[in-house]
Ligand binder design. Structure first.
Ligand SMILES: NC(=O)C1=CN([C@@H]2O[C@H](COP(=O)(O)OP(=O)(O)OC[C@H]3O[C@@H](n4cnc5c(N)ncnc54)[C@H](O)[C@@H]3O)[C@@H](O)[C@H]2O)C=CC1
Ligand SMILES: O=C(O)[C@@H]1CCC=N1
Length: 258
């Protein structure tokens, strides 16, 4: 398949890297106004261009990874150059209805919300589309299944998916950083503390995904009565650990909704 990624920034590059690593059958093109910092992608077989319309009519999927304020300029440039395309937009806050009205009826709007772990085949890419476009959207679902999980969600949850799945990467990394900082305070050098903290989070996540149980069931296996774990957890909760995270996620959501 021919995949055109418009917007070679943080997200666009992570998708291009993931596709070049985890798929063999795709031809990837990525565009950006100044390409000097992403020319290395060409060594991996990706075409890098400053021209958003270069061979775009041949694309099977066009992925938009530009900022919301760049949408009108980019679409007014590219839409006249193609028809009958599936446009998968990762632009936060841009509704399917709004995108569909900008790309015209011959094209199909699909909303995607990947995260930068797409680069490692570990994104949780939430996908939404209109029911009548189910068949055409399948190509997007299949593509993102190669880069991690790709749950189909109701569009009304897309903003929530943005903060849980995309911003969530930053939230998880901040947990790891805090854990690592504590690790340094209790005796490790930062590299050792970081690798222990990151692997511990990875292990916890793998158990949850494999066993499909509520986290508290696994926590119960770790918290020895009168032990150190429950003492630490209770101290964290006393200082608002869970409520701080919940408040942060809800604040992120308010920021998107405006
Ligand atoms: N960074 C992330 O983790 C995630 C970002 N998103 C969304 O994806 C979009 C992009 O985010 P980032 O990659 O972080 O932003 P970014 O600023 O890193 O990337 C945007 C890229 O578009 C390029 N660009 C600007 N005008 C262009 C034009 N006319 N033609 C071609 N390329 C052009 C810029 O040079 C830049 O490289 C945003 O809408 C964001 O909300 C969604 C999920 C995760
Ligand atoms: O912070 C942002 O606005 C974008 C959307 C989710 C991740 N990055």
């Amino acid at each position: 398949m021919k995949v055109h990624i418009i917007g070679g920034g943080n997200l666009g590059v992570s998708i291009a890297l993931g596709l070049s690593k985890f798929t063999t059958e795709n031809q990837i093109t990525i565009t950006r106004r100044n390409t000097s910092s992403i020319l290395y992608l060409e060594k991996l077989g990706t075409t890098v261009s400053t021209n958003n319309t270069h061979l775009i009519q041949e694309a099977d999927i066009i992925i938009l990874t530009i900022k919301p304020y760049q949408v009108d300029t980019v679409l007014s440039e590219i839409v006249p150059a193609f028809s009958n395309k599936v446009i998968a937009s990762a632009v936060s806050g841009l509704s399917i209805e709004n995108l569909q009205s900008k790309i015209g009826d011959s094209n199909t709007a699909v909303r995607i919300m990947p995260n930068i772990a797409a680069q490692f085949g570990a994104s949780a890419t939430c996908i939404a589309f209109q029911e009548q476009n189910k068949d055409k959207a399948q190509v997007v679902v299949s593509l993102f299944q190669t880069l991690g999980t790709a749950p189909i969600i109701d569009e009304k949850l897309m903003d929530a998916a943005t903060v849980l799945a995309a911003s969530g990467t930053a939230f998880a990394l901040r947990y790891i950083r805090a854990s690592m900082q504590a690790g340094i305070e209790i005796g490790f050098d930062w590299q050792t503390a970081l690798s222990i903290s990151a692997q511990t989070v990875k292990g916890a996540a793998e158990m949850l995904l494999e066993e499909k149980v509520h986290p508290e069931q696994l926590i119960d296996r770790v918290t020895t009565p009168q032990g150190c774990t429950i003492a630490g957890l209770n101290e964290m909760e006393m200082h608002g650990f869970s409520s701080s995270l919940i408040r942060g996620i809800k604040t992120s959501l308010k920021q998107i909704k405006g």
